[in-house]
Design a protein around this ligand. Structure first.
Ligand code: SF4
Ligand code: SF4
Length: 239
């Protein structure tokens, strides 16, 4: 059983959802859950509270989303586009996905409803949900970037937990201005997947078809990390 495009999400759960799920998580239980997530090799969590407007737009009735973030292997990203690279990326994705099911089971065991959102179902954009967390931005190269880095993949769990530490403001919005001063991905894209105004052209990008990740490899956020680029941006603004 694997995650496949446009197929129902596979069922790797070992525990049923509780009949009367709890809605409030105590601090110590959330901390315990976060520790388990980190011990499972994820690098962090973000949380999205979906607004009524958002739910209406995407025709969903989910409220609370936990985002489980993992680092995509540097070795794989650095490979040239190829069938083998695509396969390795998919294998990594499938392996992490199994762990995400186990984490949903942990929440079920704690008494909460928890269901993995199908990561390969186009009916709702996971990136749009990620943006609702106020903890991510879309870069000029069309990557969904969290502070943990540019090479971050993620799985999402929808849950009955109402009191997750949702962020109200996004402190990463400066990135779009930084991107407007950089443009390395636009200049160096081998497929010219940007129009004359530097706007990303999805149809020309071969990231999904052939595994291109050149713009990640070249991006200052990947090379230096979020915090260092932010410091540099602060200095640039004061010059
Ligand atoms: S390479 Fe430059 S313009 Fe492109 S996403 Fe990275 S920072 Fe932004
Ligand atoms: S993934 Fe490759 S093709 Fe797509 S925008 Fe980046 S460099 Fe261009």
């Amino acid at each position: 059983m694997r995650f496949r495009y446009h197929q129902p999400v596979p069922d790797f759960y070992k525990i049923e959802n509780p009949k009367n799920p709890k809605t409030i998580i105590k601090d110590n239980i959330l901390k315990e859950f976060i520790d388990i997530v980190i011990a499972s090799n994820f690098v962090g969590l973000s949380y999205s509270k979906l607004s009524d407007e958002f739910k209406k737009e995407w025709k969903i009735d989910w409220d609370n989303i936990i985002i489980l973030k993992y680092v995509m292997s540097h070795d794989i990203l650095k490979m040239n586009p190829s069938k083998e690279k695509c396969q390795l990326m998919d294998e990594e994705f499938q392996e992490v996905g199994i762990k995400a099911f186990a984490l949903a089971d942990v929440l079920r065991e704690f008494g909460f409803e928890a269901d993995l959102i199908n990561p390969l179902d186009d009916r709702v954009s996971l990136r749009a949900i990620a943006m609702q967390s106020n903890d991510a931005v879309i870069t000029r190269s069309n990557m969904c970037m969290f502070k943990e880095g540019l090479n971050i993949g993620f799985f999402m769990i929808k849950t009955s937990i109402e009191n997750l530490p949702f962020k109200k403001e996004n402190d990463m919005l400066w990135v779009s201005h930084y991107c407007s001063t950089c443009g390395v991905c636009v200049d160096r894209c081998p497929e010219n997947a940007f129009d004359e105004d530097g706007k990303f052209l999805r149809k020309l990008c071969t990231a999904h078809r052939e595994g291109c990740s050149k713009c990640i490899d070249l991006c200052p956020f990947y090379k230096r990390g979020y915090d260092k680029v932010k410091k540099r941006y602060g200095r640039m603004k004061n010059e």
